[in-house]
Design a protein around this ligand. Sequence first.
Ligand code: SF4
Length: 71
Amino acid sequence: MKVTVDASVCIGAGMCALTAPAVFDQDEDDGTVVLLDGTPPPGLHAAVRQAGRLCPSGAITVLDTGDPGDR
Ligand code: SF4
């Protein structure tokens, strides 16, 4: 799994940091998303997908790279 974020469209809703705090954080100043781990371990994939679904701005992109944890 490969995760990317586009902070330029992020509206700082914070759903990502609440849902997968090991992968997403928020900028201290403007609240926009900060990616902590672009290749999260399999145990975090479900939470990362959930964060991607919950993000209201489409700022999170989750790419399956074919590793075992992607299923
Ligand atoms: S959930 Fe989406 S809009 Fe909200 S802080 Fe995270 S990336 Fe930004």
